[in-house]
Design a binder for this molecule. Structure first.
Ligand SMILES: Nc1ncnc2c1ncn2[C@@H]1O[C@H](COP(=O)(O)OP(=O)(O)OP(=O)(O)O)[C@@H](O)[C@H]1O
Ligand SMILES: [Mg+2]
Length: 255
């Protein structure tokens, strides 16, 4: 980017974004405006459209309506991929390659070949001692850690993390969040899908989705106050039209 170009005011935008799979409207007209250097939490039940929304924002899936922009550029856009880090819900690492080879591969995909960058992410995910281990010989949590390292190795400006800490032990989970916070302080924008409420509380803002639609957004404090509860999980149920046991309040209309 030339110095004369002003930095875009928004890191991530969705405008009336839609994705239909046959009869299923997985993303149903979502508008988003995510500011640089903030951590946003994406919360919603299984099948509510979180992963599909992330895939639309990264340009990996094509919208059936509306549009997505990253740093002001309409997606999909191949050049923008260098600015994006995407940690998928299902790991996208190569089982036959070693830890170090996976990282080298993902770094080179985006034109980076700094061995120091590889060592930095290996330290972060505590896999420095496993650099030569084939990925298929890692434990489940270690594979998750390698997947995060592959997402970060090209030092992207916008990060999409789809349930990044599933299977990661509590101590390392805290370290991941410390690192996410550090990245955000340095200007990285992070959208993280999660079902873990204490993680949600670490986000600057939350977006609640249900049936492909945004049903609430704001800080954790704002959402609790809107729902009239001091518990985030309860706030989500109330905003979803569900009772504290997760049953529809109106006798069945909420799918
Ligand atoms: N490739 C696909 N083809 C058809 N339907 C799909 C496809 N991908 C997702 N869907 C459907 O779209 C809806 C939203 O799925 P999505 O994976 O986005 O949900 P999610 O919020 O990420 O759920 P989870 O919390 O379980 O990860 C679901 O009904 C799902 O079955
Ligand atoms: Mg998902």
């Amino acid at each position: 980017m030339s110095a004369a170009m002003a930095a875009p005011a928004l890191a991530v935008e969705a405008i009336g974004l839609q994705k239909r799979f046959g009869e299923i409207q997985a993303v149903d007209g979502i508008d988003l405006a995510l500011a640089p250097g903030r951590i946003y939490g994406l919360l919603g039940p299984n099948g509510s459209g979180k992963t599909t929304l992330i895939r639309l924002l990264t340009g990996l899936a094509r919208a059936t309506g509306g549009e997505a922009r990253i740093l002001g550029t309409k997606m999909p856009s191949r050049p923008m991929l260098a600015q994006i880090g995407y940690m998928p819900q299902a790991e996208a690492i190569y089982p036959d390659l070693s830890v170090g080879e996976n990282l080298t591969f993902f770094a080179r995909l985006e034109g980076k070949s700094d061995p120091a960058a590889i060592d930095r992410v290996l330290d972060l995910v505590e896999l420095a001692g496993r650099k030569g281990t084939p990925a298929l010989e890692l434990s489940g949590g270690m594979r998750r850690r390698l997947s995060l390292a592959c997402t970060l190795v090209h030092e992207p400006k916008v990060l999409f993390l789809d349930e990044p800490t599933v299977g990661v032990d509590p101590a390392l989970r805290v370290q991941f969040w410390t690192h996410f916070r550090r990245l955000a302080a340095a200007g990285t924008t992070i959208l993280v899908a999660s079902h873990v409420m204490d993680e949600a509380d670490r986000c600057d803002e939350l977006v609640f989705v249900r049936n492909g639609k945004v049903i609430g957004r704001g800080t954790g404090a704002e959402l609790r106050s809107n729902a009239g509860t001091d518990n985030l999980e309860a706030a989500f149920l109330i905003l979803s039209g569900l009772d504290p046991e997760g049953r529809p309040l109106d006798g069945g209309a909420a799918a």
